[in-house]
Design a protein around this ligand. Structure first.
Ligand SMILES: NC(=O)c1ccc[n+]([C@@H]2O[C@H](COP(=O)([O-])OP(=O)(O)OC[C@H]3O[C@@H](n4cnc5c(N)ncnc54)[C@H](OP(=O)(O)O)[C@@H]3O)[C@@H](O)[C@H]2O)c1
Length: 292
């Protein structure tokens, strides 16, 4: 078997499945949901990887509930840190490449508004970011062949995410308020899935292993993002989108005020072209209308 995809029922896992099916290559992949393979179980991980001997493991499994993680640090750590470590140990054992997904939330408040490069030192602000950073560190320490892709503000027609929540609220309310003081780069999970497949097609020679940043091009606040969703979905007459501050919308986990990622190194290394977030949002809305 060529590829093992963990966490296959999540947004990114399903986008990968969509693209791989479309390319007629699904018989080369095992798409394992959390029920088929629980990455917190080291013996199940090792047994599956030894049996399959995959060339590549794509880890889409994660504990992604950022606020809930504050009251469940053990659960978040079990998946995001130790689960990643189990996969890395198994990948090392059978010489698989581990392609792991991490997050902009490994960065905290740098005080700067320059897109964040791979050279920037991480300083997570909450449990989710800390456990994802610990996962990255465990993968590097394992000595397995790996690529770590940090991404941000992921959305898809599959699963729950900001775009789908906004559409639901915009259909039901005359007015919504969205924070205007957190800036980042929205990323369509289908674009990330396509980038992963292009990276893998390169064969990933040893001098290209390492940590990279991937997000759609451009940055905006959640408020700008919501206003654009409203406009592109043709809902501007139905719902007014108003700005508010993070102080007016307190959450359990503190979010970084600026977490746009610099994708220059990834684009140059793998000859990737990345769409801007507005074009990708249009694409996702059109995919969503086809699904419903
Ligand atoms: N969502 C974002 O905004 C965002 C932003 C930056 C980075 N990321 C990163 O991008 C990656 C993909 O995110 P996503 O949005 O696709 O996540 P998602 O939709 O929440 O999917 C995560 C998947 O992981 C599975 N999972 C949880 N615990 C598991 C376990 N113990 N064993 C195996 N699978 C398990 C879940 O299974 P169930 O379906 O059974 O729950 C779920 O299908 C993650 O690494 C995430 O940290 C996400």
């Amino acid at each position: 078997m060529e590829t093992l995809v963990t966490g296959a029922r999540g947004q990114l896992g399903r986008e990968l499945a969509y693209l791989i099916n479309k390319a007629g290559r699904s018989d080369e992949c095992l798409f394992a949901s959390s029920e088929q393979l629980d990455i917190t179980n080291p013996s199940a991980v090792l047994e599956t990887v030894q049996r399959m001997q995959p060339r590549v493991i794509i880890n889409c499994a994660a504990y992604t509930q950022v606020d809930q993680a504050e009251s469940e640090p053990e659960n978040a750590d079990a998946v995001n840190h130790r689960g990643a470590a189990h996969l890395a140990a198994a990948a090392k054992e059978v010489h698989s490449l581990l392609l792991h997904i991490s997050t902009d939330y490994v960065f905290g408040n740098s005080g700067s508004h320059m897109p964040i490069t791979e050279q920037t030192a991480p300083n997570p602000m909450g449990v989710y970011g800390r456990t994802k950073l610990a996962g990255e560190q465990a993968i590097r320490a394992s000595g397995c062949r790996h690529i770590i892709l940090r991404t941000s503000w992921l959305y898809s027609a599959y699963g729950s995410n900001f775009v789908k929540t906004m559409l639901r609220l915009m259909h039901g309310r005359p007015e919504i308020r969205v924070v205007n003081d957190q800036i980042g780069s929205p990323t369509y999970a289908r674009d990330l899935a396509a980038a992963i497949l292009q990276i893998l097609r390169s064969g990933v020679p040893d001098d290209k292993l390492g940590t990279y940043h991937y997000c759609n091009i451009g940055a905006c606040s959640w408020y700008d993002f919501a206003r654009t969703i409203c406009e592109y979905a043709g809902l501007s007459e139905k719902c007014r989108v108003l700005p508010c501050s993070s102080a007016e919308y307190p959450t359990k986990a503190t979010r970084p005020p600026f977490s746009a990622l610099d994708t220059t190194t990834l684009r140059h290394t793998f000859d990737l072209s990345i769409p801007c977030w507005q074009d990708s949002l249009r694409g996702m809305l059109s995919d969503l209308s086809e699904l419903s």
